[in-house]
Design a protein around this ligand. Sequence first.
Ligand code: ZN
Length: 147
Amino acid sequence: MASKVDSSDNKLYLKMEKIEHIGIAVKSFAASIPLFEKLLNAECYKTELVSSEKVNTAFFKKSETKIELLESTEENSLIAKFIDKNGEGVHHIAFEVMNIDEEVTRLKNSGFNVLNEPKKGADNKLICFLHPKSTNGILIELCQEIK
Ligand code: ZN
């Protein structure tokens, strides 16, 4: 079977610029923000409600590494369902892209299951997700800074 992604084409990888952040599902910010502040020896620099996703986000940064904590605001949210099924833990890995529309087209054409058209997410980003079934079980987020 032909590989869906041709690793000899370096251009494919230049487009996923870097890991922008790692998203971690938590039950409670009251418990987890102090825990991550202690763990990372860094203060949470921002919290932001993303009401469309029924989720609260909290951000930490250590040099180039960013961590996003996700706390459900409603029982029927995707994060609440994730925690019910898997418990707390790594929820997604987000890659920074320069042109999210171009990347969505490229990934669709490469056989990946893109879950949504780019939409406004937390931290001034346009975001979309790839279904874990098409990415070895990892929920992948693409994000592009809104200029
Ligand atoms: Zn994220």
